[in-house]
Design a protein around this ligand. Structure first.
Ligand code: TA6
Length: 300
């Protein structure tokens, strides 16, 4: 399998393939700007490391690499619903895209020195029980001075369908008690820990307890200021008007078997999301693109 990937999609000095954890195939991307890793399981980006900074994505050191489980950390692809299924709790939390095996479609060394991978998931028997509408889902990963992720949902059937989802990105930070997150000042949010009570974000976000918030009516860029790692992480997005900010804090970290008890101290999730009223009705033949663009500046 790996040799077939290498022959068909390998690009000398830019794209290689290996069996990663759990003996799952992954693409290794390397260029003059950064390195990255993408597992075919869940089309899951597990690493983005700009050469002029430290790794940007947080990964659990006890993540489980199993076909029936999402990899903990990196960028889980949440689709076609965010959170629990709207009316069937037997269906997986955050949809099925992140626990499906995707197909690699292309690898490209772009003229600007960036490297692009495209992966696809289409309606196969395992997904038809979960998504009764014919669909095509594509993830495009472009690695360079920034990490650009596009999640394209295509309706290839004859009936309209509604989709939600998220690029559920885990960011690596120096100390949760010392970061601030700008960009959502003055926005309202649903507090998932307070029965979806609506609150107003006053000033920049600081975190000193479990946080699980869905900010709505926002297409804003967020900026994580990290005084320990002396950098800012810029998180821009398109095709989304809801942003989720999550940190599990102590109790929830201890409750998750694939999340280290002290993991909450060095991670925060900022998620480009389509949820609540920000879901998309896609007509036959049409598509929706959810984009997240991640970059780092060390001008601290
Ligand atoms: O995005 C925040 C959230 O919805 C939290 O409520 C928490 O459940 C988190 O996602 C992780 O979910 P997971 O299914 O990956 O454990």
């Amino acid at each position: 399998m790996i040799n077939e990937f290498k022959e068909t999609f390998g690009i000398d000095g830019h794209v290689g393939f290996h069996f990663g954890k759990g003996h799952m195939p992954k693409a290794i991307i390397e260029n003059e700007f950064a390195s990255a890793e993408v597992y075919l399981h869940g089309a899951h980006v597990t690493a983005f490391h700009p050469h002029n900074s430290s790794p940007v994505l947080w990964m659990s050191n006890i993540a489980e690499f199993r076909h029936d489980k999402a990899i903990r950390g990196g960028i889980p692809v949440v689709w076609p619903w965010f959170g629990p299924h709207p009316n069937d709790d037997t269906k997986p939390q955050h949809g099925f895209a992140r626990i499906s095996e995707w197909t690699l479609v292309s690898t490209t060394a772009l003229s600007n020195g960036f490297t692009q991978l495209r992966l696809q998931l289409s309606d196969i028997e395992t997904t038809q029980t979960l998504c009764p509408r014919p669909f095509e889902l594509e993830l495009s990963v472009t690695v360079g001075t920034q990490l650009h992720i596009d999640l394209v949902s295509r309706n290839i059937g004859t009936e309209p369908f509604i989709i939600g989802g998220a690029l559920h990105t885990y960011f690596s930070i120096g100390d949760i008690n010392r970061i601030t997150i700008e960009g959502l000042e003055g926005r309202e949010y649903l507090d998932q820990l307070q029965g979806h009570q609506t609150n107003l974000q006053k000033g920049t976000i600081t975190i000193s307890e479990e946080v699980d918030r869905i900010y709505f009516n926002t297409d804003d860029e967020c900026i994580i200021s990290d005084p320990v790692m002396k950098r800012h992480i810029h998180v821009a997005k398109m095709g989304s008007n809801t942003t989720v900010v999550w940190n599990p804090w102590i109790a929830k970290s201890q409750h998750m078997s694939d999340f280290p008890d002290d993991g909450f101290r060095t991670m925060v999730c900022i998620e480009a999301t389509n949820a609540v009223d920000d879901v998309y009705h896609i007509l036959p033949g049409e598509e929706h693109t959810l984009t997240q663009i991640i970059s780092v500046d060390d001008k601290y």
